[in-house]
Ligand binder design. Structure first.
Ligand code: PXP
Length: 261
């Protein structure tokens, strides 16, 4: 599996296919197949595939991960909780990256960022085992400077900044909050990049919210799932991903144009 991405300012799109598996699991059986969706996503412009293997296996299954690793050319970003079971699975499959997320069984989706500050030594030891196996370690954190500093000290390669609060504020039409959340994301993207971390972002992004995040030059990858899979009901997966890809490209090109003007 190749991890050769084009260099910035190209912005990568990681498509999260969890909710194809959610629909499949609603009936049992094999349809719709998340691996088929991953192939289609790649054809439509996804640079990578993201899948969250949850402890309760509510969507993606162990077999899905095995098939994604053997059948998909694009790099796999495996989202997982910091548990011994997930560590063994990651070491068996060696995906391009593991994104460590907090996980509780009752939550509908990942609710907040990881608290890298309080997890300190435990997280360092966990990350070291992944990194020794050649797996890049990503930490899903809130846009918070202390979390960025902690991410550096526990040996993360990547931070994925949580865009959920920004997207919620934008969806509710709360201009003041969405503006302050975007400023917080931009400040943290700059700080993380200056600290030598690769910067990703994701959670809750839609056609209406992607531009402001895609315009941040330090961010090199967006991971987007729920909206794309939901919107595909109306527009089809290929054209939905194609439109998101075009919005990302345009936002990045506009920002580059402003920077060189
Ligand atoms: N990044 C992380 C760490 C996530 O947990 C999720 C949701 O699985 C996403 C990105 C994608 O969020 P959404 O499905 O809202 O686009």
């Amino acid at each position: 599996m190749s991890a050769n991405y084009p260099k910035a300012p190209y912005l990568r799109l990681g498509v999260n296919i969890d909710h194809v598996a959610t629909i499949r699991n609603a009936r049992g059986g094999g349809h719709p197949d998340p691996v088929r969706a991953a192939h289609l996503a790649a054809e439509a412009g996804a640079d990578g595939i993201t899948a969250h293997l949850r402890e309760d296996r509510r969507h993606i299954s162990d077999e899905d991960i095995a098939r994604l690793m053997s059948e998909i050319e694009q790099p796999l970003n495996l989202e997982m909780a910091m548990t011994d079971e997930m560590l063994q699975i990651a070491l068996n499959h060696r995906p391009n990256a593991c994104c460590i997320v907090p996980e509780s069984r009752q939550e509908l989706t990942t609710e907040g960022g990881l608290d890298a500050v309080s997890m300190g030594d435990r997280l360092s030891a966990y990350n070291a085992q992944l990194k020794n196996a050649g797996i890049r370690v990503s930490l899903f954190i809130d846009p918070d400077i202390t979390q960025i500093e902690a991410s550096t000290s526990v040996g993360a390669d990547i931070v994925e900044l949580h865009t959920g609060p920004y997207c919620e504020a934008a969806l509710e039409g709360d201009k003041a909050k969405s503006t302050s959340e975007i400023e917080r994301l931009a400040e943290c993207a700059r700080a993380a990049s200056a600290a030598g971390l690769e910067v990703h972002a994701g959670h809750g992004l839609t056609f209406d919210t992607v531009d402001a995040v895609a315009a941040m030059p330090e961010i090199v990858e967006l991971n987007i799932g729920h909206f794309l899979i939901g919107e595909a009901i109306y527009g089809g997966l290929h054209s939905t991903i194609g439109r998101m890809r075009a919005l990302m490209n345009n936002a990045r090109a506009d920002a580059n144009g402003r920077a060189s003007a």
